[in-house]
Design a protein around this ligand. Structure first.
Ligand SMILES: Cc1cc2nc3c(=O)[nH]c(=O)nc-3n(C[C@H](O)[C@H](O)[C@H](O)COP(=O)(O)OP(=O)(O)OC[C@H]3O[C@@H](n4cnc5c(N)ncnc54)[C@H](O)[C@@H]3O)c2cc1C
Length: 285
């Protein structure tokens, strides 16, 4: 356990004040114990994956941050087409595992720096693929502490949305259904997706990926670019010249600089284009 961790060390944005504590749990029993203690003490708690889709405010998060380790990062093959992956495992580990097992379908996730839990919760996707389309079943810990399996039919996935979001549940593990694929073809796909990512995203700077959701029928990046906002800076936060829906931390950016830059972009885009951009990044306060 780390007392009063500086959250900037636990997010890809490298931004964020302190939480009350950061606790790594290795199994469901430990998870139950930590959540029960938080709830007994009226302390808010949240699960942290890789912190790659969050902006933690400068004042920090007045609660306990829980990371899933140990049994939560295991992967195993179940049968011909299915694998079971712990919610704390990284997407990269899953992509590598599938490559080794001769399974295809998740190559598009290469380079998305999140965990299975964080990715399933928001139905992470790119290059025309979405993780939700691969889900067969999910084991959840519901808000009362009960474990329950949810089948595909009980879940709704849409653009950067899953019905899990409103449930206040913890994703424990996920069963994915993939297809048999030659290693050679998967490797080729991985190379293609990695290179698309390198050429289109500012991977040399800390960020939280796309800042705004794409509005229906359009692209947030295109709107921001058309406004001429590429490269615009507020303090140490800058709209990436490479991808205008990324705000990057030039080193020492604060959450309020990022949020103020976001609000300014949102207002200006609305004034000029009549489109209200919604956050894709989640703000922790
Ligand atoms: C360089 C870069 C590129 C990116 N590219 C993409 C992309 O192409 N496509 C895309 O969709 N996203 C992209 N992202 C955003 C991000 O990587 C994904 O959204 C990722 O899925 C977030 O996972 P995480 O583990 O980091 O979640 P976190 O940011 O740690 O958490 C996000 C939310 O999920 C919750 N959560 C995490 N784990 C669990 C769990 N086990 N149970 C319940 N709730 C949980 C957290 O409490 C929080 O509410 C990118 C980010 C970066 C920095």
């Amino acid at each position: 356990m780390i007392d009063y961790p500086e959250m900037r060390f636990f997010t890809t944005f490298r931004i964020g004040g302190r939480a009350i504590a950061l606790v790594d749990v290795c199994n469901e029993e430990q998870l139950d114990t930590v959540i029960a203690r938080c709830e007994d003490g009226n302390l808010p708690w949240r699960i942290l994956g890789r912190g790659s889709n969050i902006l933690v405010r400068d004042r920090g998060f007045d609660g306990v941050v829980i990371r899933l380790r140990g049994t939560f990062v295991r992967l195993k093959r179940l049968d011909t087409h299915r694998i079971e992956v712990g919610a704390g495992a990284s997407l990269q580990k899953m992509v590598r595992f599938c490559l080794k097992e001769g399974l295809g379908g998740c190559e598009f996730l290469v380079g998305v720096p999140g965990t299975i839990g964080g990715a399933v919760l928001i139905n992470a996707g790119c290059f025309g693929g979405e993780i939700g389309s691969l889900v067969d079943k999910i084991l959840l810990r519901d808000e009362h502490g009960f474990l329950k399996w949810k089948n595909r039919e009980d879940l709704v996935f849409a653009y950067r949305y899953s019905s899990l979001k409103s449930e206040r549940a913890v994703v424990i593990k996920v069963i994915f259904r993939l297809f048999l694929e030659s290693e050679e073809h998967s490797r080729k796909m991985i190379r293609v997706f990695s290179s698309l990512r390198r050429t289109s995203q500012p991977l040399d700077w800390p960020s939280a990926g796309s800042i705004f959701r794409n509005p229906p029928g359009g692209y947030a990046a295109r709107l921001i670019e058309e406004m001429g906002f590429k490269g615009v800076r507020l303090g140490r936060a800058r709209v990436s010249p490479k991808h205008s829906n990324f705000i990057v931390n030039l080193g020492g950016a604060t959450a309020s600089q990022v949020e103020n830059l976001m609000e300014w972009i949102r207002r200006e885009v609305y004034r000029e284009k009549n489109v209200w951009l919604e956050n894709e990044v989640e703000i922790w306060r």
